[in-house]
Design a protein around this ligand. Structure first.
Ligand code: GTP
Ligand code: MG
Length: 374
């Protein structure tokens, strides 16, 4: 390792679409404003990541580990930290694991503590929760859910959390939040519960203070049935794609992203695919680094532009990252149809597909697993 003093290592987990990247960006901004250097690490099962594009567009030093989760690519995680150390010398690393990943304590933070304890001081593990999704999963409200084996992963994520962070509290009433808090406390009594809105800033100070200097507890890590975990991940379809978009004059990037997302949403709902997270970015080829970002976190919500471009653009790169409970082929058909729809609606637009992969995540096989740290 390049570091001479201990850097803080903060991991922010949680299911797909819970608000991890939004929170990472907020925390990174807060730390940067206090004069600290931050290094961010993103992770995905595929390549060409929306999260990396989004965090880099905000000016943060960001390394990505594509093509597999942190636990299965532990050495890549350490290499990414080394690269960041060489370039940005971070005081604080913030890592976002894949949203379908669990067992992070035994396979990531315990190995880091045992092997790199001289370099890193490890924060308690935060696991974010989208309250609308969680109310459905805990059976408190009706609405689309995932299959039982996917929910196994969801519950395991919460079980290993040191801090369960209910995010998006701006979206739900106090009564709904109280019901959710009660359900979480009854099911996961060991965890500390925090309530925030990464979007409007509510509760962030208290949470950030808690992960800025608290230590991670030791002891037995939770037990995980890797067969069920693997089956759960394999029920999810994964699609990452990039395309180059251009027009002789210019086109409205925000409107185009909204149209694409809405069309995709319709296609996926028609196919009975439960969307976990559809996220897309459009990065202009020229400009100051601003990009447009759109997200959809469940079938019955609306695609939300979380970042917009102020002006029309002449050309740019589209990245699509789609995760849903469905076959990869269904996701591929939906994306192809949505792009085709765009071509028909905007004959002036040239759309050149550069990269497309669609698959089910493979069985997780961690590089290390430390079941108990004393
Ligand atoms: N209303 C509301 N929306 C939020 C909040 N935090 C995040 N979001 C939205 O939730 C969506 C998903 O946010 P991300 O930060 O991309 O979620 P993520 O957990 O990183 O998702 P994956 O990386 O795909 O697992 C985006 O549309 C965000 O703008 C919040 O506090 N309130
Ligand atoms: Mg993310």
């Amino acid at each position: 390792m390049f570091m001479t003093t201990k850097a803080r290592y903060i991991m922010i987990g949680g299911f797909l679409g819970a608000g991890k990247t939004t929170s990472v960006a907020k925390l990174a901004r807060r730390l940067t404003d206090r004069g600290l250097r931050v290094g961010l690490i993103t992770n995905d099962q595929g390549n060409e990541l929306v999260d990396t594009a989004m965090l880099r567009s905000r000016g943060f030093a960001t390394e990505e580990i594509p093509g597999g989760c942190f636990c299965c690519r532990f050495n890549s995680l350490v290499d990414a930290a080394d690269r960041l150390s060489a370039s940005a010398r971070p005081d604080v690393f913030i890592a976002e694991p894949v949203g379908s990943c669990t067992d992070l304590v035994a396979t990531v933070t315990y190995p880091l503590r045992r092997m790199y304890g001289d370099s890193f001081s490890i924060a308690p593990l935060s696991v974010l929760v989208d309250p609308v999704r969680a109310l459905r999963i805990f059976g408190l409200e009706p609405g689309g859910k995932f299959s039982e084996k996917v929910l196994y992963i969801y519950r395991k994520q919460l079980e290993e959390a040191d801090l369960i962070v209910i995010n998006k509290c701006d979206l739900v009433s106090d009564a709904r939040l109280a019901a959710l808090r009660q359900a979480i406390m009854a099911n996961f009594p060991e965890a500390e519960l925090v309530q925030i809105s990464a979007r409007d800033g509510t509760g962030l100070d208290a949470w950030f203070d808690r992960i800025a200097d608290g230590g991670q507890p030791s002891g037995s890590a939770m037990e995980v049935d890797y067969e069920t975990y693997a089956d759960g991940e394999a029920l999810l379809g994964w699609l990452n794609c990039t395309a180059q978009l251009s027009a002789p004059d210019s086109f409205e990037a925000n409107a185009l992203l909204t149209q694409l997302a809405t069309h995709l949403q319709q296609q996926l709902s028609n196919q009975g695919a439960e969307v976990a997270h559809l996220k897309m970015t459009l990065s202009p080829d020229v400009g100051l680094g601003d990009i447009a970002v759109i997200n959809l976190v469940r079938n019955d919500f609306i695609p939300e532009l979380s970042q917009e471009l102020p002006d029309p653009i002449a050309s740019g790169q589209l990245i699509v990252n789609l995760r849903a409970e469905s076959s990869p082929g269904t996701l591929n058909n939906a994306v192809q149809a949505a792009l085709e729809h765009c071509r028909r609606e905007h004959p002036e637009l040239t759309i050149v597909l550069e990269h497309l992969e669609h698959f089910r995540p493979g069985k997780p096989t961690p590089t290390h697993r430390i079941a108990n740290l004393t």
